[in-house]
Design a protein around this ligand. Structure first.
Ligand code: TXA
Ligand code: MG
Length: 322
């Protein structure tokens, strides 16, 4: 079994850059918790993040930026978001903002949403992103269901067999994930309490944070957030005329020739490739105007669990919000 190399921040930069350039994921220290980072513009790298975490579903990830200029290329900032970014970045504040089209971010990072979560981390992460020149997608560096890691040793013990490098920056000073605030139409909503107190954000914003409900708290749980206009029919063994087909692997469902549009998540049957294509292909088939998107069976192992979870949410009745 290969165990991750652990390098101190002072000696890790070049190795970290070359791994990220090659589409690998690495663990990096931030001021909040350790992050499991990959190039946010590289779909295969983002799929590896979910694979390494063993996440049963594709929750959207935070895209970490080096500076305000990079952030502005990713999302539309209004005066309020700019004020908060200037007050708290770099630091433990994540802003959920309207995403810019053509920003290069892979749709697996945002789980197909039209918003994006942005954060500028302090220290090594910020320097690394500036050197890379592209945002890093990074959830907390822990296996799904475990608590976030605040030391390099904790990361290595949990994920050391799955990644090649852990950058050791010592114990993270904040030790708690970032506070997540969504800004829409000049209104602020607290999506997750974290490293910056809500009252400190309110003081700078000069406005109260809305809390609770509204169905946007945990977008991964919200079926309708991901729903295409077309209805979805899963585990389809046979295609009816007029349906679009989301295929997987080499063997086609019966009647596939009649599909009005077809995308194959992975001709080779590779679940990582399928994960990187999932949101873009669902959107493409939806644009075909078909009333129904039939989906071929997808294996449930590895990333297949998250793919099937997301498909099931997209297929759920539109009024069902769980
Ligand atoms: O401190 C942190 O935030 C750490 C470090 C590594 O930066 N990261 C972290 O990431 O905690 P993660 O993936 O464990 O949590 C990200 C949260 C998820 O709850 C996700 O639902 C939410 O951010 N999120 C991401 N994009 C979103 C969006 N477009 N709208 C609403 N919530 C979003
Ligand atoms: Mg986490």
């Amino acid at each position: 079994m290969n165990l991750a190399e652990i390098l101190a921040v002072g000696e890790a930069m070049e190795r970290a850059l070359s791994l990220l350039e090659g589409g690998d994921v690495i663990a990096i220290p931030t001021e909040t918790v350790y992050g499991l980072a990959g190039d946010a513009t590289n779909g295969a790298a983002v799929a590896r993040i979910f694979e390494a975490k063993g996440r049963p579903r594709f929750n959207p990830l935070i895209a970490h930026v080096a500076d305000l200029a990079m952030a502005n290329r990713m999302a539309a900032f209004d005066p309020l978001s700019t004020k908060l970014a200037e007050a708290f970045w770099p630091g433990p504040l994540t802003l959920v903002l309207p995403q810019r089209t053509e920003n290069g971010i892979h749709p697996l990072v945002t789980a197909g949403l039209d918003t994006i979560a942005l954060r500028m981390p302090r220290g090594f992460g910020g320097e690394l992103i500036a050197r890379l020149g592209r945002p890093l997608a990074a959830p907390s560096a822990n296996s799904s269901g475990r608590i976030s890691a605040t030391t390099a040793e904790a990361v290595a013990a949990d994920l050391g067999e799955k990644i090649k490098l852990v950058v050791d920056g010592g114990a993270t000073p904040v030790g708690l994930e970032s506070t997540i605030v969504k800004i829409a139409d000049g209104k602020l909503r607290l999506l997750r309490p974290g490293g910056i107190a809500a009252r400190d954000i309110e003081a700078v914003a000069g406005a109260k944070l809305m809390r609770g409900a509204a169905g946007i708290q945990a977008p991964g749980m919200l079926a309708s957030h991901y729903a295409p206009d077309a209805s979805m029919r899963l585990n389809a063994g046979k295609i009816a005329s007029g349906e679009a087909l989301l295929a997987f692997g080499r063997k086609r469902a019966e009647g596939w020739q009649d599909a009005v549009a077809l995308r194959n998540l992975s001709e080779a049957g590779d679940l990582r490739e399928a994960a990187t294509n999932l949101f873009a292909y669902m959107q493409a088939l939806d644009r075909s105007g078909a009333a129904t998107i039939a989906v071929e069976p997808i294996p449930a192992d590895g990333l297949g669990e998250a793919i099937n979870d997301r498909l099931a949410r997209a297929a759920a009745p539109r009024d069902q919000i769980d």
